[in-house]
Design a protein around this ligand. Structure first.
Ligand SMILES: Cc1ncc(COP(=O)(O)O)c(C=O)c1O
Length: 400
């Protein structure tokens, strides 16, 4: 019997933090799998490939040499230098190593950057739908979220017209991702520049999440930092998680203007001291040419999967409003079949074993009519998943 008088209490702000609903789907999928049901996993946003063997070897080698102590808070100097060269080669962008900070995943980079710039009450403008955690970070910092509904007319992305239309005093930062989660769509380089310029005039930061850059199809990878005449309100977020296939290594980075680097360093010293040392040695290795060649092969596989999934779904008569240009997501309008995406996802999972994510995780706008599919499984499984979804829809809605 518990006789302690202690009553657990939770901070008001922490109470307001939303769960990641996809984890519920994942939990259910795992439980069904454990009970012997075959599951096709298209719910979780991470590459199905393991990280490259050369990364494992480099990290283990570093650990065997005793390189297991803290690195400087800003990251291993060699890794910051190497990333600076990577920007030059990969994106034709001049990025000084001094402006790069290595972080435990880009999640930390996002948290750190917002902590560095937001005062309570400051507004942050985001698209709806968008990557869910950003809204929670802003809440934690007592900022105010302005969600702008975006649809297929703008490729589910913000643009400078929308910024002008929705502009209001008190906006401290605008956040975008290109390619985006959950839609896989991008913002063109010229548009990014005009957004950055508009926001600089308004004295507003522009946070551009490029975590899915590299995973881009039918066009070269691009960074906003390739613009030579970029205003200094731009902050870029990136990670070793997606393109580099290193989700579990928890390593990311941000690139920020000079004025922010000292405060980012102070915050990093307090919030995490440094990113994982073996991971940083692994990351040094993944930036070598032979590893990048392997990642290019993986990118081609993702492109083939995107094409297979997109065309199989179109052939099945499903309504896909845009062809995603990057990442590994496809955003599907299911309003022909339901107005309850959560129920649809759970029923689909239980009936067919196909696990996908309801729109609710990504915002409010038409969230109940959309789902996200991650093509992080083989082409054969993707084709099978589409067959199962088509049958499921016929069963629940014989007129379709
Ligand atoms: C758009 C976007 N940004 C940031 C993250 C965070 O990734 P990580 O912390 O693994 O770098 C994710 C993860 O899914 C994402 O989709």
């Amino acid at each position: 019997m518990n006789i302690s008088p202690f009553k657990a209490s939770i901070a008001q702000i922490a109470e307001q933090i939303q769960p990641f609903h996809v984890m519920k789907i994942l939990g259910e999928a795992k439980a069904l799998e454990a009970a012997g049901k075959k599951i096709i996993h298209m719910e979780i946003g991470e590459p199905d490939f393991p990280s490259l063997p050369c990364v494992h070897e480099a990290a283990m080698h570093a650990a065997a040499l005793g390189l297991t102590h803290y690195t400087p808070t800003m990251g291993l100097p060699a890794l910051r230098d190497k990333l600076s060269h990577f920007y030059q080669h990969f994106y034709s962008a001049d990025v000084a190593a001094d402006n790069i900070m290595i972080t435990p995943g880009s999640s930390s980079a996002l948290h750190l950057v917002l902590t560095a710039i937001l005062n309570p009450g400051d507004k942050v403008l985001l698209s709806d739908p968008a990557y869910p955690c950003n809204r929670q970070f802003v809440k934690l910092l007592q900022g105010k979220i302005i969600g702008i509904p975006v649809g297929c007319e703008t490729q589910y992305q913000l643009n400078s017209e929308l910024l002008k239309t929705h502009w209001q005093p008190g906006i401290k930062a605008v956040m975008v991702a290109s390619p985006a989660n959950p839609t896989g769509t991008i913002i063109e380089q010229a548009e990014l520049l005009s957004m950055a310029n508009f926001l600089a005039e308004k004295n507003c930061y522009f946070i551009v999440d490029e975590i899915y850059q590299g995973l881009i199809y039918e066009r070269p990878a691009e960074s906003i930092l390739a613009h030579k005449n970029l205003p200094n309100n731009v902050i870029v977020i990136n990670s070793f998680s997606k393109y580099f296939g290193m989700t579990g290594w928890r390593l990311g980075w941000c690139i920020a203007p000079d004025a922010l680097m000292p405060v980012l360093e102070r915050l990093g010293q307090n919030l995490f001291l440094a990113a994982s040392t073996p991971s940083q040695y692994g990351a040094l290795r993944v930036l070598e040419t032979d590893a990048l060649d392997n990642l290019e092969l993986r990118r081609q596989m993702f492109e083939a999967r995107r094409n297979t999934l997109y065309h199989s779904m179109r052939d099945a008569g499903f309504r896909l409003k845009v062809l995603p240009q990057g990442a590994f997501y496809l955003y599907w309008d299911i309003s022909d079949f339901t107005d309850n995406a959560d129920q649809f996802c759970f029923d689909l999972l239980r009936d067919t074993g196909v696990a996908i994510t309801p729109g609710r995780d990504f915002g409010d706008y038409q969230a109940n009519q959309h789902v996200r599919l991650a093509y992080t499984t083989t082409e054969a499984e993707l084709v099978l998943a589409v067959q199962k979804m088509a049958q499921f829809i016929k069963d629940i809605n014989p007129s379709k």
